[in-house]
Design a binder for this molecule. Sequence first.
Ligand SMILES: C[S@@+](CC[C@H](N)C(=O)[O-])C[C@H]1O[C@@H](n2cnc3c(N)ncnc32)[C@H](O)[C@@H]1O
Length: 203
Amino acid sequence: MKDATEVFDNWAIIGKDEGMEKGHAAAVTEMLEFIAQKRTDSFTAIDIGCGNGWVVRKLSDFPNCTHAIGIDGAEAMIAKAKNIDAEGDYRLVVLPEYQLEEKVDVIHSMEFIYYLHDPAQMLNIIHNHWLNSGGLVVFGIDFYAEHKRSHEWPGLLDVHMTLHSEEEWLALWKNAGFIDITSWRANPSADFPGTLVITGRKS
Ligand SMILES: C[S@@+](CC[C@H](N)C(=O)[O-])C[C@H]1O[C@@H](n2cnc3c(N)ncnc32)[C@H](O)[C@@H]1O
């Protein structure tokens, strides 16, 4: 199987990142609204698996967001992000092997975590080393057990994806130490059960 970052590097080169941005926008809008409700004080943020950086720029637009970082392992995605926003903080990083020097208050991630072979390890790292006390995580997941049509994606893309049910994902959040865990299905339609959004807080 190919590395996810290799596949998405190619997607950025051929412009498929823009379709992805459009496809994810409605769910991400709900996720950003959740952040806006929960964080009325000033905060710093990271978008993990940021692609071309479109959510980093949305986070930077929050009047109370003092700094937003984008992290992605696909070279062409990060190059595109820097090309659009030369002042932005976009980092070419393949996860989970990365030591973040500064802790942040909010971690957003759309359609990234299941590309990892061990999502629990990443959630532990985020909880223990990346988040400030009281920090918030908001993750969107379209590949999950109850979304039956998504099960063909690993074969179609020839990329590893870790499949869990909503209940199993929630258990991973709990086991990593998050509290105040919530979930909902964002932007559902007739043939799509919606993006599984999971949120949590570090005590
Ligand atoms: C489905 S795309 C989503 C991009 C963006 N969040 C969006 O909604 O447009 C997944 C992104 O995660 C990145 N990614 C996947 N596995 C990664 C890893 N191990 N380390 C860093 N980035 C990774 C890919 O390069 C890709 O840009």
